[in-house]
Design a protein around this ligand. Sequence first.
Ligand SMILES: *[C@@H]1O[C@H](CO)[C@@H](O)[C@H](O)[C@H]1NC(C)=O
Ligand SMILES: *[C@@H]1O[C@H](CO)[C@@H](O)[C@H](O)[C@H]1NC(C)=O
Ligand SMILES: *[C@@H]1O[C@H](CO)[C@@H](O)[C@H](O)[C@H]1NC(C)=O
Ligand SMILES: *[C@@H]1O[C@H](CO)[C@@H](O)[C@H](O)[C@H]1NC(C)=O
Ligand SMILES: *[C@@H]1O[C@H](CO)[C@@H](O)[C@H](O)[C@H]1NC(C)=O
Ligand SMILES: *[C@@H]1O[C@H](CO)[C@@H](O)[C@H](O)[C@H]1NC(C)=O
Ligand SMILES: *[C@@H]1O[C@H](CO)[C@@H](O)[C@H](O)[C@H]1NC(C)=O
Ligand SMILES: *[C@@H]1O[C@H](CO)[C@@H](O)[C@H](O)[C@H]1NC(C)=O
Ligand SMILES: *[C@@H]1O[C@H](CO)[C@@H](O)[C@H](O)[C@H]1NC(C)=O
Ligand SMILES: CC(=O)N[C@H]1CO[C@H](CO)[C@@H](O)[C@@H]1O
Length: 824
Amino acid sequence: MKHFTCLLLLFLVLITSFSSTYSTIVSHDDRAITIDGQRRILISGSIHYPRSTADMWPDLISKAKDGGLDAIETYVFWNAHEPARRQYDFSGNLDLVRFIKTIQDKGLYSVLRIGPYVCAEWNYGGFPVWLHNMPNMKFRTVNSGFMNEMQNFTTKIVEMMKKEKLFASQGGPIILAQIENEYGNVISSYGAEGKAYIDWCANMANSLDIGVPWLMCQQPNAPQPMIETCNGFYCDQYKPTNPTSPKIWTENWTGWFKNWGGKHPYRTAEDLAYSVARFFQTGGTFQNYYMYHGGTNFGRVAGGPYITTSYDYHAPLDEYGNLNQPKWGHLKQLHTILKSMEKRLTYGNISTVDLGNSATATVYSTNEGSSCFIGNVNATANALVNFQGKDYHIPAWSVSVLPDCKKEAYNTAKVNTQTSIMTEESSKPKTLEWTWRPEVARKTILKGSGDLIAKGLVDQKDVTNDASDYLWYMTRVHLDKKDPIWSRNMSLRIHSNAHVLHAYANGKYVGHKIVNDTKFDYRFEKKVNLVHGTNHISLLSVSVGLHNYGAFFENSPTGINGPVKLVGYRGDETIEKDLSEHQWNYKIGLNGFDHKLFSTNSVGRHLKWSAEKLPSNRMLTWYKANFKAPFGKDPVIVDFNGLGKGEAWINGQSIGRYWPSFNSSDDGCSDECDYRGEYGSDKCAFMCGKPTQRWYHVPRGFLNESGHNTITLFEELGGNPSMVNFKTVVTRTVCARAYEQNKLELSCNSRPITAVKFASFGNPSGHCGSFAVGTCEGANDAVKVVAKECVGKFNCTMNVSSHKFGSTLDCGDSPTRLFVEIEC
Ligand SMILES: *[C@@H]1O[C@H](CO)[C@@H](O)[C@H](O)[C@H]1NC(C)=O
Ligand SMILES: *[C@@H]1O[C@H](CO)[C@@H](O)[C@H](O)[C@H]1NC(C)=O
Ligand SMILES: *[C@@H]1O[C@H](CO)[C@@H](O)[C@H](O)[C@H]1NC(C)=O
Ligand SMILES: *[C@@H]1O[C@H](CO)[C@@H](O)[C@H](O)[C@H]1NC(C)=O
Ligand SMILES: *[C@@H]1O[C@H](CO)[C@@H](O)[C@H](O)[C@H]1NC(C)=O
Ligand SMILES: *[C@@H]1O[C@H](CO)[C@@H](O)[C@H](O)[C@H]1NC(C)=O
Ligand SMILES: *[C@@H]1O[C@H](CO)[C@@H](O)[C@H](O)[C@H]1NC(C)=O
Ligand SMILES: *[C@@H]1O[C@H](CO)[C@@H](O)[C@H](O)[C@H]1NC(C)=O
Ligand SMILES: *[C@@H]1O[C@H](CO)[C@@H](O)[C@H](O)[C@H]1NC(C)=O
Ligand SMILES: CC(=O)N[C@H]1CO[C@H](CO)[C@@H](O)[C@@H]1O
């Protein structure tokens, strides 16, 4: 009896503690992540909180949930949160707790990849530059200074999460966390210390006792109990080295990022869906889209060097948060089907059948039944296969999913989702009234006065702590009349790692260098005219995002590391005068930054801005104008056509670096994009010979809807601001191509469907905007059928069937399809 009471009490205690925290038990076995003991199929997507604004988060997360996601993954960005040692910032779009709680409110899980090395095309991979500047510092290896700081920050984040009860073990949404990041790619460069370091990472993470599993991505043989995972465009071939790790894909690259001077990347919906379906066909159970929403590199957070301000990534949600169709919808359909097969995929016995023709069927069966995939990995040949007594047509490079092993419910190459065509519109194109100010340099910088003095040349990171993109290097050289160099042609020769370099001699512009290879290590040489006596050499080094990837990337030189020489030429003879060891004066940043010229409550408010003689193509110039926010809710962008390079602020908030004058090369684009065959970042790229980035996102949250707004530009290279123009991104045209036997959904986002421009059920052809009727059509007038269902509505759904559109005759062998173009 006594024994019984004890048990009962224990039972009651357990019940109460359980129900008061609703804790979720997250674990894993060799097959899948388990939640409260159940194996799960989990679809996750990356949304990096600082790459949007806090008021965008609820909408982005809702759209991710509607798209069939179970979880939102994010990195944690150390250098954003701890810009100076032990000074923290978790405000605005850095409010990590609010972001995780928004995910929780929407009923999704979260995956917290703390790193704190994150790569992510983020400035310096997320490391603070002050960390680099600590004595005896070495990143990502056995180094006590580094390990202390990494542990300090990681612990801080974990404690913040625990305090708010955000781990699943406490009833929160975080089901998985990550320590380090893709270290397996570089571990061999660190020798034995690499192994010791990764073991330390695992122990350190483990000791934080978060109650949910830790991941290590791209880390074969991850120290236990860390779960190793795969990153890449495809992970179907991936097998965890540890037999107790489930097959997890932490980064499925949905597209790619852009570099200044690069083209627009494009990964088709068909290929992305193929990679996902293949992953699940081959035993995967958890996959994360990198990125699901890429967003914007506001301020100076872009890494690189030369990562663009847009981080759109061609992700399922575009930079502004709109559905990127057909990608979003095509994947949503796949997610729904995969989830319907969850039990079989995670508990079923797996058998594979080679069907010939490069096709393989995979059968997942439990006592309740079976689900099947038929994959065709051949990049060129379609497959006609017979499986369990039935014939299936599997297009090249595609996977069919048969939830009951009898009927194809989905094929990755058959897109039945609409494409939305976004256009940039301005309601009343209005020229802005600009005022301007020169960046003051002539009397100071170009005469050599800075705020720091050192003997010799120093690395930009060491001096600036990355407080600015800009660092002036200034020195003097005395040339007396008898110097033999006068009998020669003289040039200034600079060995530099500056991402952009501008050179001046005696206040005159000598020239600049823009780098367009990946090395950022070059020799700049230009003729100079010097004078007898003292000459001033002033060099402006500009950083455009610090390195973020590779072994020892933190030591990649930045700035003017020399030598800097005067070279005199006569015939084959040269004389060199090395200025590298001279006394150099340094000025961090620009005068306009010291006066916060971009700020709304500026310390430089007394400074005069001129409306007269608005200069065009003038280097180092500040511009300012007031404007009214475009009406409505559509995303706002600003067209920087005509500008050179610089940074822009809206009401004091930086919308990032701009560089519309940097065009991509003319070659490497083609009109046709074949989704078949392995994707790489150059495949199907478009916008050759055009500005890499012409439009820049202005989040609604930065704007005052009722009052006036201010845009400030710092123009570095010289440009013409008269064409700068605010626009909204609007869906005006929606096209769709759906196969018979499917349901087609059409939607114009937030506005009604106004007209049907084209509809044909049969064998129509062509591209959106130029669809054409084929040789056969259904008996009913397709335009009328669609108009009846859709016009005047925000969205509509139709069966693509002969029941609806009338039966077709003489359509031959080609599958019957419906092509539609509607106007919004
Ligand atoms: C981080 O280091 C500071 C000292 O610089 C210390 O006060 C603080 O407690 C440490 N934080 C953690 C979480 O270890
Ligand atoms: C799965 O395989 C095991 C071992 O071969 C077998 O005992 C079990 O019956 C199979 N289950 C189903 C549903 O086929
Ligand atoms: C793809 O199919 C073609 C044509 O049948 C064949 O020549 C080729 O070898 C196949 N490729 C692979 C990788 O199976
Ligand atoms: C890129 O580099 C090549 C030489 O390597 C040069 O001819 C070209 O002008 C450069 N383009 C830009 C945009 O700097
Ligand atoms: C200087 O350069 C010019 C043209 O580049 C050449 O004609 C002249 O001979 C050079 N002078 C000497 C002293 O090398
Ligand atoms: C860049 O592309 C734009 C648009 O195609 C073109 O007008 C401009 O002349 C190009 N600029 C350069 C430097 O080639
Ligand atoms: C927006 O502008 C109005 C009118 O100038 C002003 O009253 C209001 O305070 C401004 N709001 C913000 C958030 O700045
Ligand atoms: C379709 O439009 C209606 C309003 O007409 C709206 O309530 C509903 O959420 C929309 N559905 C989708 C899937 O967009
Ligand atoms: C689509 O067709 C199915 C039967 O094939 C029917 O049950 C359903 O009501 C139809 N839906 C619409 C919107 O017409
Ligand atoms: C880090 C990683 O997984 N990289 C892989 C990404 O995918 C491409 C193309 O499949 C591979 O070449 C990379 O090795």
